[in-house]
Design a protein around this ligand. Structure first.
Ligand SMILES: C[S@@+](CC[C@H](N)C(=O)[O-])C[C@H]1O[C@@H](n2cnc3c(N)ncnc32)[C@H](O)[C@@H]1O
Length: 247
């Protein structure tokens, strides 16, 4: 187990408001620098990074991160979100990923200051994070593994730390059908994402699961302007050691 440096508690940031936020010139400049970092790897990495940022509200998620402390991106893939965080001024960044192939690709586009760890989401080998972010990973895990992840994230967070889950809302039928098709292609046909089956939960279920794991939580719909049913769960570890899930 390692301890994350620079962990202060702090207040629930006002930036964690569900109100929509316009993109600023700084956001666009950070996005351009991020894409340049992937362009160095050739056209395919650039294309994947461009599609990721065009199809998912990653900048909206980044906008709610606490400025201080360590951010852990679980299931970081090729590191697109980590690179964007770096470009928006976050300095303490850790990526956790199970696929060694993705980690190798992430390493090419991230400086050594960004720590990359090969581990499963269910057993995070970390302590004292200000924020754990998990983007489009949890529906690839079985229900029991999803619960193990929540328990593991609650332990990895410092008291008052945040868990941000970006996932898909299954009740948005048309968008969800498109999402399932894309995920099926990525997981089953192209094998660019680890996983086998899909286990979607509604945002209401995620919020209540986070609460059972000792966190306060709410959800923010983010699908407007996108073809996929993006939704974000913002959870915060209530002070004190996480307890066994209630109920
Ligand atoms: C759809 S991709 C999302 C990648 C990245 N989070 C993003 O938003 O671009 C899902 C990622 O989760 C990783 N993954 C799947 N199961 C995992 C597990 N049990 N532990 C850690 N990572 C996992 C996959 O290898 C893949 O990189």
């Amino acid at each position: 187990m390692s301890t994350v440096p620079g962990s202060g508690t702090g207040e629930w940031p006002a930036r964690l408001s569900p109100a929509p936020r316009r993109r600023t010139a700084q956001d666009l400049a950070a996005l351009a620098r991020t894409l340049c970092a992937y362009a160095v790897g050739g056209p395919w990495p650039l294309l994947r990074a461009s599609w990721r940022f065009a199809s998912a509200p990653l900048a909206r998620v980044a906008a709610v991160l606490p400025q201080e402390g360590t951010i852990v991106d679980v299931g970081c893939g090729q590191g697109h979100f980590l690179r964007y965080c770096l470009e928006t001024g976050h300095q303490r960044l850790i990526g956790v990923e199970l696929s060694s192939r993705s980690l190798t690709r992430a390493r090419v586009c991230l400086p050594p200051a960004v720590r990359l760890v090969r581990a499963a989401a269910e057993t995070l080998p970390l302590r004292g994070a200000a924020c754990v972010v998990v983007l489009d990973v949890l529906y690839l895990l079985e229900p029991r593994s999803q619960e193990m992840f929540l328990a593991s994230a609650a332990v990895a967070l410092q008291p008052g730390g945040f868990l941000i889950i970006k996932t898909m809302e299954p009740s948005r039928r048309i968008r969800q059908t498109l999402n399932r098709l894309q995920e099926w292609l990525a997981v089953r046909v192209l094998h660019i994402t680890l996983g086998r089956d899909f286990h979607f939960r509604s945002s209401t279920e995620w919020v209540s699961l986070c609460r059972r794991h000792g966190m306060s939580a709410y959800s923010v719909p983010l699908w407007r302007g996108y073809v996929h049913p993006h939704v974000m769960i913002v959870a915060r570890r209530i002070d004190g050691e996480p307890t066994q899930p209630q109920g």
